[in-house]
Ligand binder design. Sequence first.
Ligand code: MD3
Ligand code: FE
Length: 203
Amino acid sequence: MTTHLPSGFQYLPEYFDRTAQKELLEAVTNAARGDAPFFQGHMPRTGVPISVVGSNFGPLGWVADIKGYRYEPLHPKTGKPWPPMPKALLDIWDELTNYPMPPEACLINWYREGNKMGMHVDRDEHDLNAPIVSISLGDPARYRLGGQQRGGKTHSLKLSSGDVVVLAGEARKCYHGIDKIFYGQSTIVPMGGRINLTLRRVN
Ligand code: MD3
Ligand code: FE
């Protein structure tokens, strides 16, 4: 029996070459050394820390704390606006989506040794019909994609540095997570580990 990936899921291996990957990582490290250091989020209600640390580019950034998940214009620790979206990210959005407006948020996730991300659906955005573009940099990861209901069949894909995934249509509302980081298999991230960039519309 064959199972199908959800419609609207697009996988583009090695979309960014090594030079382009390094340019994106330079933008990330500059942001992290400046107004947008990586910060640890917490699960709403319980306050349990989220192991994957994050930061953002763009007019809005995703934050998680005991009060809930939401998008905010200012960094929760520095109080500064998030750094502007790098041009390369605005360009890839235009190349890969037909969406008429630019992304408002780019969540930067940094996975270190042993970090995982549990299965979830991204639903903190007002417009759940807008696509999400995901860019992987650094160590490979085992990514799992399920259906729109929790607990159904899943597909497993290895995402490597430079790979891009577009989530549109049905796939946009599917459960997904990161099971494992192949820590130390790439040397391209200066501080080690894996960086994932997700471009999103919020409003
Ligand atoms: C499928 N990030 O930040 S990116 C997240 O690799 C997130 O860091 C993972 O899940 C990571 O929310 C996976 C790929 C991705 C992003 C959003 C999706 C897949 C998605 C939304 C719907 C369906
Ligand atoms: Fe997600």
